[in-house]
Design a protein around this ligand. Structure first.
Ligand code: ADP
Length: 349
């Protein structure tokens, strides 16, 4: 291959070699000129002189074309080196001659894309390490608590009837938290790796809501709460992944129960022309306005201690958001502190 970084002594040769790529064009032009000369020049004696002159002109042309080509190649090579060594801050620093403007634009485009990719990678890296730090912290909390209760029991509290049952119940509560966290982490990792496959079909929304209601009845009754359903015509079918929508409803209903002390939880379906609006409403503590956008972030909780003590993982709404968005819909939140919250989303009919 041609070395365009050759030493000055070799530069002359290098310039000639560089233009050799155009040899076919040179041969063609020379043949044409010679043919024209044969017809035009009177007398054969002048012909050798003219051919020698043409060849000399060829050598000079070869040299200058090669020199120019080398310069351009060197420039391009140095730009590529600078990009690979991240020496440019701005695309305007990438300059080629005006004749190579389209190449310059293409290199700038490549630079923009690479810069973007690097920034995305750095951002992802940061999110990942933050996520890992959160996961470790979340795992440590219940494990330390379980360890603490068991150690206290082993060192004598097991014989103290006033505390032993209570400590066991607390240890048990922490194992439930741990299991909830692991289940949510499995879901999040499936979402991340793209393994959470959706399987869309039509299903009866009333049946699903009844099922979710039945499965969470006990949880609500333990807190003296009622779950009310406002049904739609029995044959109303919506389009989506039934199992994933069930998970969304379970997360929303369980949150509604967790963050409500008195009153009720309602699951409402409002039928519209082309879609159905599914609403989970509670009469609970509500969400301050400045937190409404943040509650969908992983591990974000308004009251960390409260959420943990009731088995919350801080991942439920992140999972809800992902599933609803995979259905080309969004989760709408309305809430008033002290009055209650309403989470809703649309599904196609
Ligand atoms: P968690 O496991 O902590 O409930 P989520 O991701 O489900 O995590 O919810 C994030 C936070 O949003 C909760 O910690 C809570 O502060 C708030 N939140 C969610 N649902 C409700 C609700 N129905 N009423 C009041 N606050 C809620």
């Amino acid at each position: 291959m041609l070395d365009i970084n050759s030493k000055p002594s070799n530069k002359l040769v290098s310039n000639f070699l560089s233009s050799i790529v155009y040899y076919k064009e040179f041969i063609l032009i020379n043949l044409l000129i010679i043919l024209i000369l044969i017809f035009v020049v009177d007398g054969i004696s002048l012909l050798p002189v003219l051919i020698i002159s043409i060849l000399a002109a060829n050598v000079i042309a070869f040299y200058f074309i090669g020199k120019k080509r080398n310069k351009e190649l060197e420039n391009i090579k140095s730009i590529i080196n600078n990009i690979s060594q991240s020496k440019y801050n701005n695309e305007d620093e990438i300059q080629l001659s005006t004749k190579l403007i389209s190449l310059q634009d293409a290199i700038r485009e490549m630079f923009r894309k690479e810069k973007n990719d690097i920034e995305n990678m750095q951002r992802l890296q940061k999110v990942r390490s933050q996520f890992l730090a959160n996961v470790s912290h979340e795992l440590r909390t219940p494990i330390f608590a379980i360890q603490g209760y068991i150690e206290t029991l082993l060192s004598g509290a097991i014989n103290d009837d006033k505390v032993n049952r209570n400590f066991l119940e607390k240890a048990n509560q922490n194992t439930i938290s741990l299991s909830n966290l692991l289940n949510d982490l499995i879901d999040i990792s499936m979402i991340e790796s793209g393994e959470m496959r959706m399987s869309y079909r039509y299903f009866k929304i009333n049946d699903l809501i009844n099922q979710v209601c039945q499965e969470n009845k006990k949880l609500a009754e333990d807190k003296n709460l009622k779950i009310e359903i406002k049904p739609v015509p029995d044959d109303l079918q919506v389009f989506g992944d039934r199992d994933k929508i069930k998970q969304v409803l379970i997360n929303l209903v369980q949150n509604a129960i967790k963050y409500t002390e008195k009153g009720k939880v309602e699951i409402i379906v409002e039928e519209e022309e082309k879609q159905a609006k599914i609403i989970v409403k509670d009469t609970g503590i509500g969400i301050p306005e400045n937190y409404i956008d943040r509650i969908f972030e992983r591990f974000f909780r308004i009251d960390k201690a409260r959420s943990r003590s009731i088995g919350g993982t801080g991942l439920g709404l992140a999972i809800v958001k992902h599933i609803v968005e995979a259905h080309h819909s969004t989760v709408i939140v309305k809430s008033k502190v002290g009055e209650g919250s309403e989470f809703s989303f649309y599904l196609k009919k």
